[in-house]
Design a protein around this ligand. Sequence first.
Ligand code: AMP
Length: 114
Amino acid sequence: MPKTIFERIVDRETDADILYEDEYVLAFRDIAPQAPVHILLIPKQHHARHATVPPENHSVFSHLLAAAQKVARQLKLEQSGYRLVINNGPDGGETVPHLHLHLLGGRHLAWPPG
Ligand code: AMP
């Protein structure tokens, strides 16, 4: 399987505006931001999507959420608020088959999403 764009970012083969990195997670700015703050958090280990992460790798979910909290603090979004989103599969609007968490903030976000 060819690498996804996100694997290429993890492997430093493609540039990204990286804000946070730890052993398990990389966070960088979305190239087409949908809000003043739009960060993507991805696991360094490849998983196509939320639905396909096997139980033995479920710790990836806590790593992503914990990293999102750190990035939200780093960007001073705790008081104003933010939204975390995972688009899964065709109906979810997923376009890159590498699990990722969107962190959106910096403006009021409408609900429900379109
Ligand atoms: P999704 O639609 O949930 O699969 O989200 C994929 C996201 O990746 C979209 O918001 C894109 O704008 C973003 N994206 C695609 N390529 C890049 C890239 N090279 N650097 C940063 N963000 C990207």
